[in-house]
Design a protein around this ligand. Structure first.
Ligand SMILES: Nc1ncnc2c1ncn2[C@@H]1O[C@H](COP(=O)(O)OP(=O)(O)OP(=O)(O)O)[C@@H](O)[C@H]1O
Length: 638
């Protein structure tokens, strides 16, 4: 079954300031507002184009120009980006009940996360959006009742208020990772952007916040904490109310009622997001993160008291950055993650390229967004399909580092720009006799322009055939002389030069055609290389996973073996101990027996001496001696 028609995006370019203030060489130049832009744009000075100049040692010296909805230069701050891009989207979500989406796309380290989440000093688009949202809704904010939850939840979501959520997560999420109010940056201010929500004050709003990530092409809930190894991937499917549009099911959604609660939930989501250190960024996002704010507009019917719920969603997406394994210096898990990231971004590139060419050409080709979870989510899930009276409001901010990786940045601009053109600069021609005087050079440039000798590959060039007559006129006016003052020799020479120029022009065109063909082949070869790189990455990943499983199995067997040996060893030791104990017991018994024998012997000796004594006494009595008397006499002796 065919899904809904995917949408197209407004595409902005944001350049990041240099990493350090030293004079780094940059390859991007922002062009002044162009006359082809609307009058309004020229007045407000909106810049929409950049050119990219390859480094001098690069294979191709083609200078390319890319057009965007607007280009934000290095000096633009978070407030500028918010005011120009995000505030209008929020206005559409809050005031008109439309769905909106904001995503950042770029090479790793180019400033995607900085734009979306800011840093310790400055807020990002998410914090500023939440601030505007709660300021605008102020006392209209409410919680959904149980029956309302049932009414609007058919995606198996687990909906709860912020207090319940915080008590559930504090046992899992380390407490110091949950932000405290005094740790939130409050700048830049969002003062001018409060939106007036239409309708009577009886209309209430509930805000549901969910955060999930696409990691290795699987969707994981970032608000449902669980052990990384046992994380359960969520399903992306159609539900009763979503029709043929798929939605992420089984998400935990938190009803937030103020900025503080929302920022705490955001903190938990960020704590659980997959990050890693790469050679290009010390805290690189290893997943695509989706922050979703669902606005439920509750309107009570005066007739039957029932509540009508209208929904609009604002989705903020922080995409992981594309990277070259060589630059990112990744290995193992990081390399496999990088493979998945690059693959999903390659599919996104294809879809974007097709959707922007659709915008400029007017026809609607099929966009292959079903190739990955990321493109499916970005192109269909984040909001309801557009209709004639409800066009989508979706923006992609492409972030670029003008002093970063030239190849990766140029590739990124190529597939995200709304329009592009290129110029192949040629080595400058020598003026006859090498005398390049001021008038000589202006004469030359006049020839070049008049005869269409420029490197442009666009269709600006007029027909290269120029009559000798007009060439003579052009030269005479360039020299500021009347035509009649030019000698016949000069006229002949101009005609000759003009013919040579025409031939050179044809040769140049031919060479240019061949160059374009060669470039096309190089592009195709690059795409093929990328595809092969993806395949190899996948094979390496699978191979590695298999090896790890095998190693785990071997290790397990070794451990079991070791445990068995340990057991036998312990048994033996026990036996020995028992024996020793028994032997010790025997020795003790023997000692005790000897003691008893000794004691018995002593007793027997005493017994026999007593018996002797008794015998002696008996004998004395028999002799008439009284032993008692003898004793008394003995006593008297003392
Ligand atoms: N416009 C900017 N102004 C000031 N600092 C910036 C800007 N953009 C990026 N940075 C800083 O550069 C560093 C890298 O930026 P960030 O993490 O946003 O890159 P990223 O594109 O999200 O990278 P990855 O894809 O690897 O996650 C951060 O320290 C960030 O604060």
């Amino acid at each position: 079954m065919e899904g809904p028609q995917p949408h197209a995006f407004q595409v902005y370019l944001r350049l990041r300031p240099p990493y350090n203030q030293s004079n780094q060489e940059t390859f991007l130049t922002v062009l002044p507002p162009v006359p082809t832009a609307s009058d309004e744009d020229i007045e407000s000075g909106t810049k929409t184009q950049v050119t990219i100049h390859p480094p001098s040692n690069h294979r191709s010296q083609k200078i390319e120009t890319f057009s965007f909805t607007e280009v934000f230069e290095e000096t633009c701050g978070q407030a500028d980006v918010f005011g120009r891009i995000v505030a209008p989207i929020l206005e559409g979500v809050l005031r008109d009940g439309r769905d909106g989406m904001l995503a950042t796309l770029g090479v790793t380290g180019s400033g995607k996360t900085h734009t979306i989440l800011g840093n310790k000093q400055a807020r990002g688009m998410t914090q500023m959006s939440l601030d505007v949202l709660f300021r605008s809704l102020s006392d209209r904010i409410t919680l959904l009742s149980d029956s309302q939850i049932e009414q609007c939840n058919d995606a198996e979501s687990e909906i709860m208020d912020a207090d319940t959520f915080m008590t559930k997560v504090t046992s899992v999420v380390e407490l110091h990772h949950i932000p405290k109010p005094n740790t939130f940056p409050t700048k830049p201010s969002v003062e001018p952007h409060v939106v007036q929500c239409p309708g009577p004050s009886s209309i209430k709003y509930a805000v549901l916040m969910s955060i999930y990530e696409v990691y290795n092409d699987k969707i994981f809930d970032l608000l449902a904490p669980s052990n990384a190894a046992r994380r359960k991937a969520l399903l992306f499917k159609s539900t009763r109310s979503s029709g043929d549009r798929k939605v992420v099911t089984g998400l935990r959604k938190v009803m937030v009622t103020d900025l503080y609660e929302a920022l705490q939930v955001l903190g938990v989501g960020q704590y659980q997001r997959s990050h890693g250190e790469t050679g290009s960024n010390d805290k690189s996002s290893r997943s695509h993160c989706f922050i979703t704010l669902e606005l439920k507009k509750l309107k009570k019917s005066r007739l039957d008291g029932s509540t009508k719920i209208k929904e609009s969603t604002f989705t903020i997406v922080d995409l992981a950055g594309s990277e070259r394994a060589r630059n990112a210096k990744t290995a193992g898990d990081r390399l496999a993650e990088g493979g998945h990231i690059n693959k999903s971004l390659m599919f996104l590139g294809q879809c974007l390229e097709l959707s922007t060419s659709t915008q400029s050409s007017g026809h609607t080709p099929k966009i292959p967004y079903r190739q990955s979870k990321l493109t499916e989510l970005l192109f269909t899930n984040s909001y309801n399909p557009p209709t004639a009276d409800q066009p989508q409001i979706a923006a992609i901010v492409v972030t670029a580092d003008p002093a970063g990786d030239f190849n990766a940045t140029s590739q990124m601009l190529k597939y995200s720009a709304l329009a592009k053109s290129s110029v192949n600069p040629r080595p400058p021609m020598q003026v006859i006799n090498g005398n390049r005087t001021a008038s000589g050079s202006s004469l030359f440039s006049h020839f070049s322009v008049a005869s269409g000798v420029s490197g442009s590959t666009t269709d600006e060039r007029p027909d290269s055939a120029m009559s000798a007559l007009s060439a003579v006129s052009a030269v005479s006016s360039s020299l500021g002389l009347p035509r009649a003052m030019l000698s016949q020799d000069m006229v002949n020479m101009i005609a000759l030069l003009q013919r040579q120029l025409k031939e050179a022009d044809e040769k140049a065109r031919e060479a240019e055609k061949r160059l374009r063909e060669a470039e096309k082949k190089v592009d195709e070869a690059n795409a093929k290389c990328l595809e092969i790189e993806m395949q190899v990455r996948e094979e390496v990943t699978n191979d590695m996973e298999q090896r790890i499983r095998l190693m785990e199995k071997k290790m397990l067997m070794k451990l079991e073996d070791q445990a068995e040996k340990e057991e036998i060893h312990v048994d033996r030791k026990l036996d020995m101990l028992k024996r020793t104990l028994m032997e010790t017991n025997d020795e003790n018994d023997r000692a005790r027996d000897m003691e008893i024998e000794e004691y018995v012997r002593e007793l027997e000796a005493e017994n026999s001496s007593l018996r002797n004594e008794v015998q002696a006494l008996k004998r004395k009595r028999a002799n008439g001696d009284s032993p008692l008397k003898e004793r008394s006499l003995n006593r008297l002796k003392f």
